[in-house]
Design a protein around this ligand. Structure first.
Ligand code: FES
Length: 81
């Protein structure tokens, strides 16, 4: 099971982490990935100067609400076992 964490620290919150969580939840629903992806909220990942911090099994990425859907469909989907 993949651990997909989205930072909800104050800086990422302002940059739209809740939008990204919604987008990811929607896509998990659409592709029936509930048993493959564990979506979690995370505290600050100490990368606040970038876009919203997202970690796939601990591997950090910078994602904005505008790129979230594409990020999911390429980077996240490619790593699903
Ligand atoms: S608030 Fe998200 S990395 Fe700091």
């Amino acid at each position: 099971m993949m651990e997909l964490q989205i930072c909800i620290g104050s800086s990422c919150h302002v940059k739209g982490s809740y939008n990204i969580i919604n987008i990811f939840q929607h896509l998990i629903e659409e592709y029936s990935l509930h048993d493959k992806i564990d979506l979690q909220a995370s505290f600050c990942m100490k990368q606040c100067r970038h876009h919203v911090s997202v970690a796939i099994d601990g591997e950090w990425h910078s994602v904005s609400p505008e790129t979230a859907s594409q990020f999911f469909q390429t980077t996240v989907m490619a790593k699903i076992k």
